[in-house]
Design a protein around this ligand. Structure first.
Ligand SMILES: *Cc1c(COP(=O)(O)O)cnc(C)c1O
Length: 416
């Protein structure tokens, strides 16, 4: 019996302009449907080669290597800028996403003295919420938490309603980590600016997955990680973006020597450089930074427009399979159905999502579990084929249809 969905996958893969990029990655598990590249992307072959060479350089060159190694953070930043629709000199690699969020949020609050409110999303990624809560507690500010429902992004009208002359900062994710729903970046930015507030975007699930268009939206600030869709590797440094005109007006709270003018003069006072490097703190992780650079290079080479189009194709195809195969088995699509409002992952609700997730892993498909009761299926466009979506979702169907997931215990942490 021919499977029309298999035919469709083959046809879509044959027409895929990015199909050549899959061979640029190390894939030791061709029989596995890896649908968790939005937690940790695959290893690019060029990264493996670059890191091997770099380790040898470290051994041979020692301190003489620094001058060659250090520019990677800015070089990668310029590539990431292209990927998220910003200008060269507006993005740099630095620290982790959470630390960058802290630095830019505090810098923004300091630039809006007299205002005492932060607007953020109640269902946003935990580290973002905790960090904003911590800043608010330390400075005696109030956070206005917006609800969105777990399966959607914050609505522009709700942001608008939360804005007034007390709001200093709006901080939101562009693509929601749980549902993949895309927020209205340009609309929210415009509304916040009308009220004199600054906006800080978390691009963790956007960079390398969808078009962001920071410059076009006149966006102020953004942060994001490189180990998800940018394939920078475990522990790779995050990036931060500050619109060029804002750079001289903002001062971040951690006054380190890597942000200092004339760093090696070792002078008495902190005078931050008049450039994006003023948001740096200390000695960068050179090996991980070069891994992030290679990942960004590959993404920039493919082009974000083609990547975003393929993401829509992969998630749209997955949605059709989920409707046909999984909905009758108790799954519910927990992501927007409109492809323009989705990132590169699709989330499915199932009452036994945790055991289904464990059973799926034993059946050769790697999804991700996200509380409450959700499977997150990521489709990083550079190495995911429609045929991988087919094999992943057909295995999920088998796990659910046979009831095999009932052999797996419920979530030991009680998260389900
Ligand atoms: C993955 C992710 C993070 C991770 O932050 P780290 O500082 O790298 O641990 C932050 N925010 C969002 C929205 C994420 O998806």
């Amino acid at each position: 019996m021919t499977d029309p969905y298999m035919e469709e996958a083959r046809r879509l893969d044959a027409a895929d302009s990015l199909s050549g990029f899959r061979d640029r990655f190390v894939i030791t598990d061709p029989g596995i449907a890896y649908l968790d590249g939005n937690s940790l992307g695959r290893l690019p072959r060029s990264t493996r080669d670059r890191l091997r060479a770099l380790v040898d350089e470290w051994g041979a060159d020692l301190i003489d290597g620094w001058r060659r190694w250090l520019p990677a953070g800015r070089e990668a930043g310029d590539l990431v800028a292209r990927i998220v629709g910003a200008e060269p000199g507006e993005v740099v690699l630095s620290d982790s996403t959470g630390v960058n969020l802290y630095k830019l949020a505090v810098a923004a609050l300091d630039a809006r003295p007299g205002r005492d409110v932060i607007v953020a999303a109640a269902d946003d990624f935990p580290t973002d919420r905790y960090i904003l809560d911590g800043i608010a507690a330390a400075r005696g500010l109030k956070v206005r938490w917006l609800g969105s429902g777990l399966d959607d992004a914050v609505r522009p009208a709700d942001v608008e309603a939360a804005l007034d002359a007390r709001v200093a900062l709006v901080c939101l994710s562009h693509v929601a980590y749980r549902s993949g729903a895309v927020a209205d970046l340009a609309g929210v930015t415009k509304a916040a600016h009308r009220h004199g507030a600054l906006v800080l975007w978390d691009l963790c699930h956007s960079a390398g997955a969808v078009q962001v268009g920071l410059s076009a939206a006149n966006a102020d600030l953004a942060v994001g990680c490189t180990y998800k869709y940018l394939n920078g590797g475990p522990g790779a440094p995050a990036f931060l973006y500050v619109r060029r005109k804002l750079q001289p007006l903002l001062r971040q709270p951690i006054w380190g020597w890597f942000g200092q003018t004339d760093q090696f003069a070792m002078g008495p006072d902190y005078r931050p450089v008049p450039a994006i490097e003023r948001f740096l703190v200390g000695t960068p992780p050179v090996l991980a930074g070069h891994a992030a650079l290679e990942g960004a290079r590959l993404t920039a080479e493919a082009g974000i427009e083609a990547i975003a189009a393929k993401a829509r194709s992969l998630t749209g195809y997955a949605l059709r399979l989920a409707d046909a195969w999984l909905a009758p088995l108790g799954f519910r699509v927990a992501s927007p159905r409109d492809g323009r409002r989705r990132g590169a992952h699709l989330t499915l609700h199932h009452p036994s999502a945790w055991p289904v997730c464990q059973a799926a892993k034993s059946a050769g498909v790697i999804p991700d579990y996200r509380a409450p009761q959700r499977l997150r299926l990521g489709f990083p466009p550079l190495y995911t084929r429609h045929i991988d979506v087919h094999s992943g979702l057909s295995r999920l169907r088998d796990v659910a249809a046979t009831g095999r997931y009932r052999d797996f215990p419920d979530d030991p942490k009680g998260l389900t």
